[in-house]
Write a protein that binds this ligand. Structure first.
Ligand SMILES: [Zn+2]
Length: 403
C-alpha cells in the first residue's frame, strides 16, 4: 500500500495557491504572468521529485518518470477560471506529484494540461498531447478576456518555437488517472468522502431561433403582432414545465443565453435566439431529451405566429471511464474510506474525457464544501484532500501491479 505524505501534499497545494491569490481563491488564467510562474514552480517540484520536467510549446507541464515499464499518467490542470477557486485542477496536479513521490519506484508520469478552463480554446493541452491541435489553431487562438493572441502569450512565457509533447505511442501508457473536486454537493449531502467516476456527461447545446416581425411598440396592435420575444419565453416556459417528466435522475438543463433583435425598448422584437443545453451520462437519455425538445419546437412553430427553428450548436458524447480503473479506485476507496464512497457520473467536463479517447481513463472525486466551485470560496476539508490522494495512490499502485 502506498504511503503518501499528507503534510507535504497540503504544503504544496498552499504554495500553489500563492500564484495569483484572490481572496481565499486564485485568479490564474492561462498564460497570465502568475500562471506562467506557477508552471515554472511545478516544473521545479517535479524535478525535485526525481522526474524529468518539461514545459512544452503549448505550456503544458510534464514530469516524466525515469523508471522503466509501461507508464501510468496522472494529471489535471493548473490554470483557474477568472477570480475562482484554488482547488479546481490544482488538486489533481498536486495529487499526481504526491503519488509519484509516494511510489518512486513505479513508472508514473505527471501532466498539467494547459487551458482546460478554455481561456483560449477547447481542452488545448490535452488535445495537443493527442495530436489533435494544429499550429494554425494555436495561431488563431486569442484570450477570450484580454484578446491577447496565444502566440504572444507563449512568447511571453519564453515558449516560442519550443516543440510540443505529443502521444506518439499510446501503448507506452497503462492509462490515465485524474482526481478532481466534485464541484457539486452530492458527496457532501450524502456524507461521503470519495466519488469513483463512472462516466463524464455528454453536453448537448441547441440554438433555437424565432422569426417574427419587427415593428413599432406604440402603434402595432397586440392582435397583429408577431413578437419573437413572446414566442421565445413561451417555449422556454414549456421546456421548464415539461422537461421534469422526460429527464433521468441526474439530468440537468439550462437556458443560459437569450438574445433579442434588435433589443430596444420601443421596438417589437422581430428576432430572438436562445441556447438550450442539457447534460446526462446516458446517450439514450440525451436522445430522448433531444426528441422532446424538437417536438416542443415543432409544436411552437405550428402554433405560430412566429417561425421557430432549431439547430445543433455543439454536442460532446458521454465518456465512460474504464471498468478496471473504476474497480481499482473502488477497491482502494473501500479500504481507505469504508462506507464513505460511491460511484457517480461527472456533471462537468474534464481533461480525462479527452485522454479517454486514446487510453484507459479513470477519475476520482473529493467533496466540495457546499457544492461551490468556479468561485473564490471553493474549498474542501483537509482530511478529504489527504484521504482522496491516499485512495488515488493505492489505485495507481494496484493498476501498475496488474499491468
Ligand atoms: Zn477543473
Amino acid at each position: 500500500m502506498a504511503l503518501i505524505d499528507g503534510a507535504r501534499l497540503l504544503a504544496d497545494l498552499h504554495s500553489l495557491r500563492d500564484f495569483g491569490r484572490f481572496k481565499t481563491g486564485v485568479h490564474r488564467p492561462t498564460l497570465s504572468d502568475q500562471d506562467i510562474a506557477s508552471r515554472r514552480w511545478l516544473a521545479s517540484r517535479l524535478e525535485a521529485a526525481g522526474l524529468e520536467a518539461r514545459i512544452d510549446g503549448i505550456a503544458s507541464v510534464y514530469g516524466f518518470t525515469r523508471n522503466a515499464g509501461k507508464r501510468l499518467l496522472i494529471g489535471s490542470h493548473l490554470e483557474s477560471q477568472n477570480e475562482s477557486g484554488w482547488l479546481d485542477g490544482a488538486l489533481g496536479v498536486m495529487f499526481g506529484l504526491e503519488v509519484a513521490r509516494a511510489l518512486p519506484h513505479l513508472p508514473i508520469d505527471v501532466a498539467a494540461w494547459v487551458d482546460e478552463e478554455g481561456h483560449y480554446g477547447n481542452f488545448l493541452g490535452a488535445r495537443s498531447f493527442l495530436g489533435e491541435v494544429t499550429d494554425s489553431e494555436i495561431d488563431a487562438a486569442a484570450n477570450r478576456t484580454t484578446r491577447e493572441s496565444m502566440r504572444d502569450g507563449l512568447a511571453r512565457a519564453g515558449l516560442a518555437g519550443v516543440p510540443r509533447v505529443t502521444l506518439d505511442d499510446a501503448d507506452r501508457y497503462v492509462g490515465y488517472l485524474e482526481a478532481h473536486i466534485e464541484q457539486g454537493d452530492e458527496l457532501e449531502a450524502k456524507g461521503l468522502g470519495i466519488g469513483v467516476v463512472t462516466s463524464i456527461v455528454g453536453i448537448w447545446n441547441f440554438r433555437i431561433r424565432f422569426e417574427g416581425v419587427q415593428n413599432h411598440a406604440g402603434t402595432t396592435r397586440m392582435a397583429i403582432r408577431k413578437d419573437a420575444r413572446v414566442a421565445m419565453t413561451r417555449l422556454a416556459n414549456r421546456i421548464d414545465d415539461t422537461f421534469p417528466s422526460v429527464i433521468a435522475e441526474r439530468s440537468v438543463w439550462t437556458i443560459g443565453r437569450m438574445s433579442l433583435d434588435p433589443n430596444a425598448p420601443s421596438i417589437v422584437p422581430g428576432g430572438a435566439e436562445m441556447n438550450v443545453q442539457f447534460r446526462d451520462a446516458d446517450p439514450a437519455v440525451l436522445d430522448r431529451l433531444e426528441a422532446h425538445l424538437r417536438s416542443l419546437v415543432a409544436e411552437a412553430d405550428a402554433a405560430g405566429p412566429c417561425r421557430v427553428s432549431i439547430a445543433v450548436a455543439a454536442k460532446t458524447i458521454p465518456k465512460v471511464m474504464d471498468g478496471g480503473f473504476q474497480d481499482a479506485l473502488a477497491a482502494a476507496a473501500g479500504h481507505r474510506a469504508p462506507g464513505s464512497w460511491q460511484r457517480m457520473p461527472s456533471g462537468a467536463g474534464h481533461d480525462a474525457q479527452m485522454l479517454a479517447l486514446r487510453m484507459k481513463a479513470g477519475m476520482l472525486f473529493v467533496p466540495s464544501i457546499g457544492g461551490i466551485s468556479h468561485h473564490w470560496t471553493e474549498d474542501t476539508k483537509e482530511e478529504d484532500i489527504v484521504r482522496g490522494c491516499t485512495v488515488l495512490a493505492d489505485a495507481a499502485e494496484a493498476i501498475l501491479s496488474q499491468s
